[in-house]
Design a protein around this ligand. Structure first.
Ligand SMILES: Cc1cc2nc3c(=O)[nH]c(=O)nc-3n(C[C@H](O)[C@H](O)[C@H](O)COP(=O)(O)OP(=O)(O)OC[C@H]3O[C@@H](n4cnc5c(N)ncnc54)[C@H](O)[C@@H]3O)c2cc1C
Length: 393
């Protein structure tokens, strides 16, 4: 029989939420171990934006300085017309600090989180798919026979979370009717618009495109989202053909399309979500990140929410005298916030993809105001302050 190990918290999954939770717990002196089904901790080569609500927490966890070194620090978001490239609005960012809002390569983000976790003596068990949690024995059971006894279990296992399906709701992920094209291009292929090297967002009928630099080596990440009724593939992401990409964006600006077709490979992603959940805590299990509230990526908030969840749980678990109180308060704080951002992200899709010409004119007039409002309402949230306030009340 395999030896049963003991730690305070067992974390299922070594993505953004699992690794950040590991750092948040260990840095407060709580024992934690991560269980990851893949053989290696790795990410898909693609960009990610992290806004102030996430970076201020990474700063408190002493992760931001390392991440800043490998990230791009934009100063503005330029919103453009899809066919002419004409500017609709510009929104200044990083006004008070240069690295409140960063754009980075996911592989670098995961590497920096993993290095910090390991520097805190964190342990990752790879090739360890978690099959179930034995409530009576308070044990997690892995596919390789390993068992781990813990006080609390965190489901950080992403949008296809088996922990969620098994212990929370048995819903399946639903295709959102949005398809994303992604790729990484060279900076030399940027459209020659003024400030193309900043975050550029193009609004078009039934779709939008965003591109921004990642890292420090002249690479540009792009994501092009289209309304699309069907996702018939078994896989959620696959290599796509440039001909299909051009068909999807046939009426869009030529120099933008040159950028999007310049990488050797382009990828297609089906975007999936799950229905709103009633509870993200049950017995001694909590859900974090995409397992709790997978969202459409139109406000760039899925990863940021994963970081907020992880930070909040680490703080509550270390400050409250028992785990039931920590789990309970975690649920109260994070369910509301996650559900709100999930809903707000979906609304943004409607706004970005308007096709009626009269509404387009109105949308363009409001673009600056609405974007600044989104930036303020979503990015100003401080999970640290909120958690401390709620502990005291
Ligand atoms: C096109 C697109 C663009 C996006 N852009 C942004 C953006 O700009 N900014 C932003 O903040 N967010 C963005 N997101 C969202 C973001 O990528 C996700 O919200 C984030 O990756 C979720 O992290 P997670 O740790 O919760 O889940 P995941 O990253 O999915 O990690 C889950 C981990 O759990 C492991 N696992 C699964 N099951 C098991 C098991 N049974 N046992 C052990 N291990 C298991 C998996 O192997 C994986 O390593 C975007 C998403 C998409 C699709």
């Amino acid at each position: 029989m395999k030896k049963v190990e003991i730690s305070n918290v067992s974390i299922v999954g070594a993505g953004i939420s699992g690794l950040t939770a590991g750092c948040a717990l260990l840095s407060r002196g709580i024992e934690a171990s991560i269980y990851e089904r893949s053989e290696y901790i790795e990410e898909f080569g693609a960009g990610i934006t992290l806004s102030a609500n996430a970076t201020r927490l990474l700063e408190r966890l002493e992760i931001l300085p390392e991440l800043t070194k490998v990230s791009y620090l934009p100063t503005k978001i330029i919103i453009r017309n899809y066919s002419s490239g004409e500017e609709i609005a510009r929104i200044p960012i990083n006004i008070t600090k240069p690295n409140e809002f960063i754009t980075t390569d996911r592989r670098d983000l995961i590497n920096v989180l993993l290095r910090r976790y390991k520097s805190l003596n964190g342990n990752v068990n790879t090739a360890c798919e978690v099959l179930e949690i034995d409530f009576d024995k308070k044990e997690l059971v892995c596919s390789n026979g390993k068992r781990q006894s813990s006080e609390v279990f965190l489901g950080c296992d992403g949008v296809r979370s088996k922990i969620r399906e098994k212990y929370f709701d048995n819903s399946k992920p639903i295709y959102t009717n949005f398809l994303a094209w992604r790729g990484i291009a060279d900076i030399t292929n940027l459209p020659k618009f003024k400030d193309s090297e900043e975050i550029n967002l193009y609004y078009g009928p039934n779709g939008h495109v965003v591109h921004y630099p990642i890292g420090t080596e002249g690479k540009i990440n792009f994501v092009g989202v289209k309304n699309s009724q069907h996702w018939t593939k078994e896989s959620w992401k696959e290599e796509g053909s440039k001909e299909d990409l051009l068909k999807d964006f046939s009426t869009w600006n030529n120099s933008l399309l040159s950028l999007m077709t310049s990488p050797e490979k382009v990828f297609k992603w089906g975007i999936f979500e799950r229905p709103k959940i009633q509870s993200i805590q049950k017995r001694n299990i909590a859900l974090l990140g995409d397992a709790a509230h997978p969202m459409v990526p139109f406000l760039g908030q899925g990863g940021c929410m994963a970081i907020e969840d992880a930070y909040c749980f680490g703080l509550l678990y270390s400050k409250l005298e028992n785990s039931d109180k920590a789990l309970n308060l975690y649920q109260q704080i994070r369910l509301k916030r996650g559900n709100w951002v999930q809903k707000r992200s979906k609304l943004q899709a409607r706004f970005n993809h308007i096709s009626n010409p009269t509404l387009v004119k109105l949308r363009n007039l409001l673009a600056k105001k609405i974007s600044i409002n989104a930036v303020r309402s979503v990015h100003s949230y401080d999970a640290d302050k909120e958690s401390i306030k709620r502990i005291k009340t």
